[in-house]
Design a protein around this ligand. Structure first.
Ligand code: ZN
Length: 289
C-alpha cells in the first residue's frame, strides 16, 4: 500500500499542473504565431504576443513594454521573410538572452518581384511546418517537456490535416470560373497557390505603401475584364479603399477576410483554425453562383 502511494505521488509530480515559475517564458511576434505556440506549449509555456488582435504587423511600432517582454523571454518566435521589419532593432535594444526562432524555416517562399511574400501561414500545409518548427524549438529549450510538446503538436497537426481537407472541399464547391477575388493587400498568395483561388490586390505584400490612382484604375479594369464576383475587406486594413473600388465597379463586398491577424477572444476568429474557417465561409458564400 505504501508503495502504491509512493508510485502515485511520483506520477503526480511528473504529470501534475505546472507551476508558473517552471514555465518557459516565450514571445510570439504576432497573434497567429501566438496561437500556434499556445497549442504546442500548453500549460508548460507562457506566451506573450507583441502585435495584438486585429493589428497590422507590417507597420507595427514596438512599445517600451515590448522591450521588457523580449528581455524576459527565453525564445522569440517570429515569422521572418521580411514580415517583422521592426523586430531585429527591438531585440537588439532590449538586450536579454532570447534566441530568435524563425518559424518559416523550411518553407519555400513565394516571391512578388524581388520581395519575399511573408504570408506563408495562409496555406494550412505551411502552418504544419510552423508548428513543427515551434515544437522543435520548445523541445530544445526545455528538454524535460519535449514529450509533452511532441504529443500536443501531434494532436494539433491532426486538427490541421482535417482543416486542410475542409478547405479543399469548400473551394471545390465554387465553380472554377468564379474563383477570383479582390483583397486589400497581397496577403493570400500562398492560399491562392495552394487552393486555386485567384487574388488581386491594390497593395503589395506589405501594407506600408498606399495605392496610387494608377493602381486603383488598373484594379478596376481587371475587375471588369475578368468579371470578378466579389471584393473583400481585411481586418487589419482601412476599408475605404475597397469601398471605393466596390462603388466604382458595382461589385459586391463579400465581407471581411482575416489575413495577418486573429480577432480578440470575443471576435469570430480568435484562433488560426477559426480564422481559416471564417475565410473559407466568406469566400464560398460570396463566390457561389
Ligand atoms: Zn500582410
Amino acid at each position: 500500500m505504501v508503495r502504491f502511494w509512493l508510485v502515485a505521488l511520483v506520477m503526480l509530480a511528473a504529470t501534475g499542473p505546472v507551476r508558473a515559475g517552471d514555465r518557459l517564458n516565450v514571445v510570439a511576434s504576432f497573434s497567429i504565431l501566438g496561437d500556434f505556440v499556445r497549442h504546442v506549449g500548453g500549460d508548460r509555456v507562457d506566451v506573450t504576443t507583441l502585435v495584438g488582435p486585429s493589428s497590422d504587423a507590417h507597420v507595427y511600432v514596438p512599445t517600451p513594454s515590448d522591450a521588457k517582454k523580449v528581455a524576459d523571454a527565453k525564445l522569440i518566435f517570429v515569422n521572418g521573410l521580411g514580415f517583422e521589419g521592426w523586430l531585429s532593432r527591438l531585440v537588439k535594444s532590449a538586450g536579454g538572452k532570447a534566441s530568435v526562432v524563425i518559424t518559416t524555416t523550411g518553407i519555400a517562399p513565394l516571391k512578388l518581384g524581388s520581395e519575399a511574400d511573408p504570408h506563408a501561414w495562409q496555406s494550412v500545409v505551411n502552418a504544419k511546418i510552423y508548428v513543427a518548427n515551434i515544437r522543435d524549438a520548445l523541445a530544445a529549450a526545455a528538454p524535460a517537456d519535449a514529450e509533452a510538446f511532441k504529443s500536443r503538436a501531434n494532436a494539433y497537426l491532426a486538427d490541421l490535416d482535417a482543416l486542410e481537407r475542409e478547405v479543399r472541399e469548400a473551394i471545390a464547391k465554387i465553380p472554377e470560373s468564379r474563383r477570383k477575388v479582390i483583397s486589400t493587400h497581397n496577403a493570400f498568395g500562398y492560399f491562392a497557390a495552394a487552393y486555386g483561388v485567384e487574388f488581386i490586390a491594390p497593395l503589395g505584400v506589405s501594407t506600408e505603401s498606399e495605392a496610387s490612382a494608377r493602381d486603383i484604375a488598373k484594379i478596376i479594369t481587371q475587375i471588369r475584364a475578368a468579371k470578378i464576383p466579389a471584393v473583400f475587406l481585411e481586418n487589419i486594413s482601412d476599408p475605404r479603399l475597397i469601398g471605393r473600388i466596390a462603388a466604382e465597379t458595382g461589385v459586391k463586398v463579400g465581407g471581411t477576410l482575416y489575413s495577418d491577424s486573429l480577432t480578440a477572444e470575443k471576435g469570430d476568429s480568435p484562433t488560426y483554425i477559426a480564422m481559416v474557417r471564417h475565410n473559407i465561409k466568406a469566400l464560398t458564400s460570396a463566390l457561389s453562383p
